[in-house]
Design a protein around this ligand. Structure first.
Ligand code: SF4
Length: 518
């Protein structure tokens, strides 16, 4: 076992908590020592949920270990049933409690509660959070799903509209709340009804009706693929393969869903708003074209981000990786298509080493990569869990669908533009209006217009004597916005003069830019 300060995923029981917390009418009894209750904070502090997760911990202590810990677990189950009156109960052990081998499944059975009790065996030392969420969803669906009342062909002829379920959104998921709204809108526009959304807001009774739908939409394969595959084997329900992240994938997703429902996708696609595609074409190539980008995250988001970066924004993918070991093959395939070797690891130090070695111009990653990029001075945007409290915004901010593509465009391109602003701040550092002691435009002491140093037309000062610009350097200077061009010229000439450089070349211009931008 390796000790670590940072970890991409929690233990599998945190995945089970994400399912229980997303649902209604479910309670999770977790055999766990006192300290493991920290997991509540992930939901109340980071996701800012207004309620505690529906979890009862046995909170045994060291002194209990010689006694009847199995009895503690049974008491907790009995009390949780009496207090919360759930429609179904999950029961399992945290990593520490797994070691005392109290057999939660057998103990639950012996209690004979009058509700379905689903025991979870989550091997904490081999598996992680997303696997735990996937396994929990699969176990609870398997325990509760009823065979459909009608077989698929009869169902199809009896219903005027197709019905699909949406599988995968959980508590503590990266933008799951907003993805769900966006995908629901797309599907409803197609004229398809939504059956059950699971686990988000679903009750145990809802899960029992999952097999009634015509097909399933898998939003997050890490969470819902195993369940969708089981539903297909068991009830002949097909499921979607395309994850609608990015404008191109969203179009493919609409086509795939329309095909499963046997309808024409034109209606949903006709009204599609795609500012992101137009914006990407319209942005100055300085910001996008061939920018070297490093991508790391869960498999779904990392693969999608690399695809958008390369095919929709014109970036060059120089590194791609994931901590999702279960989906390593997909990540490797994607990486090979960009001519890079996939980095599959749960060790952030390995990721940091790869980023330092590649020196990308933009990092797309988790909150870990945000810290790494910040340390290395590289612009960064967060594309995947694990994420920080600020990645659960109050505003609508999906990643999926056409609006998701717009959000992604804004989030990725702005850090690159901020780089330019910082460079401008460097150039202006010595100007009066950028001086900390100068009156602020937000402050209470407005500068009279007549006194303002910037009032009136901007006059370019004469060049320093002896400085000559090559045509190429002069041309490059003209790419700098007019309102800072004069300053850039002055700074470059001063830089050249101080170093006795008579001819200002492209290189001198870049060196001066780097010097003043420091
Ligand atoms: S990274 Fe931010 S949100 Fe996460 S635990 Fe630290 S302070 Fe809290």
């Amino acid at each position: 076992m390796q000790l670590t300060v940072w970890t991409y995923e929690g233990p599998p029981h945190v995945g089970a908590m994400r399912i229980a917390t997303a649902m209604r009418g479910v309670h999770y009894v977790l055999h766990a020592p006192q300290g493991d209750t920290y997991a509540d904070l992930l939901f109340t502090m980071i996701e800012r949920r207004d309620r505690r997760p529906p979890v009862t911990y046995t909170t045994f202590q060291a002194r209990d270990l010689g006694g009847d810990t199995a009895g503690l677990l049974q008491t907790a189950m009995r009390e949780a049933y009496a207090r919360f009156a759930p429609q179904a109960m999950l029961v399992g052990a945290s990593c520490t409690a797994e070691l005392i081998q109290d057999d939660p499944a057998g103990l639950a059975q012996a209690l004979d509660l009058p509700i379905p009790v689903v025991p979870l065996e989550l091997p904490s030392y081999q598996r992680k959070e997303n696997w735990g969420a996937s396994e929990t969803l699969y176990r609870i669906v398997r325990a509760l799903a009823h065979p459909p009342r009608e077989s698929p062909p009869n169902r199809r002829t009896k219903r005027a509209r197709s019905v699909c379920n949406l599988l995968g959104p959980t508590a503590l998921g990266f933008r799951h709340r907003d993805d769900l709204a966006e995908v629901t809108r797309l599907i409803v526009e197609l004229g398809i009804d939504i059956g059950i959304v699971a686990p988000w807001d679903a009750t145990p009774a809802d899960l029992s009706r999952l097999p009634e739908a015509d097909f399933n939409v898998v939003l997050y394969p890490e969470i819902a693929l195993t369940t969708a595959q089981w539903l297909q084997r068991q009830f002949n329900q097909p499921y979607t393969r395309t994850v609608p992240i990015g404008a191109v994938a969203t179009r493919q997703f609409v086509d795939e869903v329309a095909q499963l429902a046997g309808i024409d996708p034109a209606r949903a696609l006709a009204g599609a708003e795609q500012r992101s595609s137009w914006y990407a074409r319209s942005v100055d190539s300085t910001y996008l074209t061939d920018k070297r980008v490093f991508v790391f995250g869960d498999a779904t988001h990392a693969i999608a981000a690399a695809r958008i970066a390369a095919n929709e924004l014109g970036f060059k993918v120089v590194g791609l990786g994931s901590y999702s070991r279960e989906f390593a093959r997909d990540v490797r395939e994607a990486a090979a298509s960009y001519g890079v070797e996939a980095l599959i690891t749960e060790d952030y130090l390995e990721v940091e080493a790869r980023v330092s070695e590649l020196q990308p111009e933009l990092v797309l990653g988790t909150q870990m990569e945000r810290h790494i990029a910040k340390r290395l001075g590289i612009p960064c945007a967060v594309i995947s869990a694990p994420s920080h409290v600020q990645d659960f915004p109050a505003r609508y901010s999906p990643q999926m669908g056409f609006e998701g593509a717009n959000v992604i465009f804004d989030t990725w391109v702005h850090p690159l533009m901020m780089g330019l602003e910082e460079h401008l701040l460097g150039m202006f550092r010595e100007d009066a209006e950028f001086n900390d002691t100068a009156p602020s435009h937000l402050g209470s002491q407005p500068t009279p217009i007549a006194d303002s140093p910037t009032h009136g037309p901007i006059a370019l000062p004469p060049a320093f004597a002896g400085s000559t610009w090559t045509a190429e350097a002069e041309q490059e200077l003209h790419k700098i916005p007019f309102f800072v061009r004069g300053k850039a010229r002055r700074n470059t000439e001063r830089f050249a003069q101080e170093r006795n450089v008579g001819l200002i070349t492209l290189e001198t211009l870049y060196d001066a830019k780097a010097h003043f931008g420091r």
